[in-house]
Ligand binder design. Structure first.
Ligand SMILES: Nc1nc2c(ncn2[C@@H]2O[C@H](COP(=O)(O)OP(=O)(O)OP(=O)(O)O)[C@@H](O)[C@H]2O)c(=O)[nH]1
Length: 847
């Protein structure tokens, strides 16, 4: 790549040189062109001069004159004409040297008759580096002799300063130099310079032309690529220098890109190389390891306790595996397969050993071969005629085959299954016991760490096994949690024995409290060292609650019993309780005081307490009460000649089971006075308070009794219904008291008018009735009615006033029949109404 970059650089450089050169050539063409035109102008002048023997320069250079057709007059190029002696004859556009004799061109032109223009360079003064280009031509006389010279003086700056047609960079250098005179003029940027020391050395040639040049001394700070172009006969050389950075800019960019690519490629190559080297190292190492392993394997395989065989796949026509060839097998393997090793090698395993085909192994081997995954399992093989064998079987894929190791693990497997079985049994036992079981380590390094925490422990304490297992109490639970304390555990270390720990509360995370009763049991290892502390705890919360409830219930019961006794003692009634065996179990103060004259009967039987005769009377009631019936009966007894009546109530009491009768309560109440009052009340209730006659209730009782009697005997009876006529005006006129007095007088007169056996009643207000029984005939009753009507017509003397009234009567009969008392009275009322309608003071009788 360096070579390529160098090549690129050379090409870029050549291109830059070419660019400089083409610009230098353009400059030299430009200079050459002007010089040629100047030469041409001197020729035109010479022709006119020689034609006329003289020709004023002013005329020559007049606008539109001869000069103008050749070289633009506006350039203002100084001109001069010298005579044959070199003396200035004519000049134009600026001061010119008065003599040309010392000029280099002068002797040349004077000495040669050839008509050529001579281009020379000369300093403007002896010591100045400023210089000029003279384009001189010989002027000849008519005879051909030397007549002088015409010369045009051109400042080199004319070419350089105005030379703006070049599309060049502002830092470029443009130089024109005259090798012959060793003079040069140039432009660096905007500044012009002249020099008499500057020169350029060619670096090489391209064809016959000058190619790249380098300045003998540097012009300024800017490195450039210079190229020169010679003007040939005029001994002038045009040099243009392009700044190196501009010229090589695209190359520099390219170069950077190259370096970037190179760096990247380098890194890549380095990386790949390192990787390859590493891999190669690893490969060598693994090859070495593989070789060692192979050697070890071979040794191990043949010395191993495991059966080992290498099987190579045998493939069918379509590439499917049909069998495996036994490529290698160790002695143990051969023993398991029950053939000599030499006989087995090279055999097709499944074809040679058909019994193997029944084990399903073929499928496994094919799977391993096809998936490339190692297969490892423990399984039970049952070969015909052989006891079942547990095999640890590992199949590893190898190149187009499998490596198989077998180990008979029947003994271990059986032990393992047995242990697992008993472990599972123990585990499930521990977990399903309703007791909390937890086990702590008693080993010094892990003393107090919980190892077992059963489901009951979790359920009762609210702590899961993952929160407590492997931790000590202080790490797993809040302080004072309630399992055995560290001190108790340490005591177990000192004197290992079964300890019954006191009941204590545990605070569950949910804030509730349970009580545990714990037994601590030491467990020893085979060396007799204390290994574990087994804690068996019972949740006694429920029992404690029940105890508490029982205590509370008992206290409540006692309190209630005391209350009941206080109440019972305060009651006037005699109260007792008799159990199913008829023994008094409770008695209140009144019972003791009044029943048997102050003798307590508590604990005594009823029979013994009341005596045989009284017992005989009570026994049927007691039997009914003990059969579950509430019994009420009255008892009379004679007390100092006064008959007292008691109402006795037996209330059965069911037992705790709610079915059997445990006994009965006795309530004995003196109702003697109560009975008397009742009798009086009943009597009172049938008497009209005002008149002393039977009232409405008494009337109906009497009427019902009479109707029953009439029906029973078939006798005739009558009901008379009467009302005082115009009673209201009596009240209104004389006042209510007089009305009352009239009612009393009326009833008296009425009572005297009827038979003693007839019942006179006042129903209310001024309405009266009479029940007449055992009538012989209807007419007897009618006669009495007439008699009453007549009796009431006489005035009543009521204190100071005499009052006259009359009465109207309705009379109905009954001699048995389906009608009720109310209906019979209604019939009488109807007849009364008819009597009233008939004008009062009369009676009406039923047909
Ligand atoms: N003084 C007194 N008046 C009573 C008593 N009970 C009812 N009365 C009055 O008796 C009157 C009964 O009036 P009635 O029987 O309806 O009228 P009457 O004036 O008798 O008219 P007839 O029966 O149609 O002739 C009412 O004015 C009752 O206020 C009582 O106990 N004493």
């Amino acid at each position: 790549m360096i070579y390529q970059v160098d090549l690129e650089r050379q090409v870029a450089h050549s291109k830059a040189v070419g660019q400089s050169q083409s610009q230098a050539r353009m400059l030299s063409d430009y200079v050459g062109n002007i010089l040629r035109q100047a030469g041409h102008a001197t020729h035109v002048f010479k022709l006119r001069f020689e034609q006329a023997g003289a020709y004023p320069l002013a005329q020559f250079a007049a606008p539109g004159g001869l000069l103008d057709s050749v070289l633009p007059v506006r350039l203002g190029i100084p001109m001069a004409v010298y005579d044959a002696s070199g003396k200035l004859v004519d000049s134009l556009n600026g001061p010119m040297p008065t003599s040309a004799a010392a000029s280099p061109y002068f002797p040349v032109l004077a000495g040669s008759a050839r008509d050529v223009d001579l281009v020379t360079a000369a300093r403007t003064s002896a010591h100045a580096s400023a210089w000029q280009i003279q384009v001189a031509r010989r002027l000849s006389s008519a005879d051909g002799s030397f007549a002088g010279v015409v010369v045009m003086v051109i400042e080199p700056s004319l070419f350089i300063d105005d030379y703006d047609r070049l599309d060049i960079d502002e830092r470029s250098a443009v130089v024109l130099l005259n090798r012959t005179a060793g003079l040069s003029a140039g432009r660096l940027g905007e500044s012009l310079f002249t020099s008499d020391t500057l020169d350029f050395t060619p670096l090489g040639t391209r064809g016959r032309r000058l190619a790249e040049v380098v300045p003998d001394e540097s012009l300024d700070e800017v490195p450039r690529i210079y190229a020169a172009s010679e003007l040939g006969r005029d001994a002038l050389v045009a040099v243009v220098g392009i700044p190196r950075d501009v010229a090589l800019a695209s190359f520099e960019r390219q170069r950077l890109a190259y370096f970037a690519i190179a760096a990247f490629a380098g890194a890549l190559i380095l990386g790949v190389t390192v990787t390859l080297m590493r891999q190669s190292t690893r490969l060598r190492a693994s090859m070495r390891a593989a070789k060692e392993a192979q050697a070890m394997l071979r040794g191990a395989v043949h010395g191993s306790l495991d059966a080992f065989m290498l099987l190579k796949a045998v493939r069918g026509e379509e590439g499917q595996v049909v069998d495996f060839v036994i490529a290698d097998i160790n002695e143990i393997g051969a023993a398991i397969l029950k053939h000599p090793r030499g006989r087995l090698l090279g055999q097709k395993a499944f074809a040679f050993l058909p019994r193997l085909a029944t084990t399903g192994l073929f499928g496994h081997y094919v799977d391993v071969l096809e998936t490339g995954h190692t297969h490892s399992e423990e399984f039970e093989i049952r070969l015909e005629g052989e006891s079942p064998t547990w095999i640890h079987h590992q199949v590893v894929p190898i190149e187009d085959g499998v490596a198989v190791t077998w180990r008979d693990i029947t003994v271990r497997k059986h032990e393992e299954l047995e242990i697992r079985g008993s472990r599972n049994f123990l585990q499930s036992l521990i977990n399903n016991l309703p007791l909390l079981i937890y086990v702590k380590s008693a080993r010094p390094e892990s003393f107090g760490q919980i190892r077992i925490w059963n489901q009951a422990a979790e359920a009762v304490t609210g702590y899961r096994p993952d929160q407590v297992i492997g931790k000590r109490d202080a790490e797993a639970f809040p302080p004072g949690f309630g399992l055995s304390t560290p001190a108790e555990d340490l005591a177990m270390l000192d004197t290992p024995m079964i300890v019954d720990l006191p009941e204590r509360p545990v605070n569950r995370p949910d804030g509730t409290v349970r009580y545990l009763h714990t037994m601590s049991v030491p467990l020893f290892d085979t060396d007799g060292q204390l290994e574990y502390i087994l804690c068996i705890a019972e949740d006694v919360t429920r029992r404690r609650e029940q105890d508490q409830n029982l205590r509370e219930a008992l206290a409540a019961h006692r309190a209630s019993e005391a209350r009941l006794r206080t109440i019972a003692d305060a009651l006037p009634a005699m109260i007792a309780y008799v159990d199913a065996k008829q023994v008094y179990r409770f008695q209140n103060a009144a019972f003791v005081r009044d029943f048997l004259g102050g003798k307590s009967v508590l604990g005594a039987s009823v029979r013994a307490s009341v005596g045989e005769r009284h017992y005989k009377a009570l026994e049927p009631y007691m039997r009914r009460a003990l059969a579950g019936e509430t019994v009420v009966f009255e008892e009379s007894e004679d007390s100092h000649g006064r008959e007292l009546t008691y109402e006795v109530t037996y209330i059965p009491q069911t037992g705790d089971d709610g079915r059997t009768i445990a006994g009965f309560h006795v309530m004995r109440q003196d109702i003697t006075s109560h009975k008397r009052e009742k009798r009086q009340l009943i009597m009172l209730s049938q008497i009209d308070a005002l008149t002393g006659l039977t009232n409405r209730a008494g009337f109906f009782q009497k009427l019902n009794a009479a109707m029953k009697n009439s029906t029973d005997k078939g006798s005739l009876m009558a009901v008379m219904y009467m009302d005082i006529d115009h009673f209201k005006p009596v009240n209104d006129t004389y006042g209510h008291n007089t009305g009352d007095a009239l009612l009393k007088a009326f009833s008296g007169r009425l009572t005297h008018t009827v038979r003693a056996s007839d019942t006179v009643a006042r129903l209310g207000g001024d309405e009266f009735t009479i029940v007449m029984e055992n009538l012989a005939r209807n007419e007897d009753a009618s006669a009495i009615a007439a008699k009453i009507v007549a009796a009431m017509q006489k005035p009543f003397k009521l204190g100071e006033v005499n009052v006259s009234v009359s009465t109207s009567i309705g009379l109905a009969f009954f001699a048995g029949g389906p009608i009720e008392a109310e209906e019979l009275l209604r019939q009488a009322d109807m007849l009364l109404y008819q009597a009233k309608q008939a004008g009062r003071n009369t009676y009406r009788v039923a047909n």
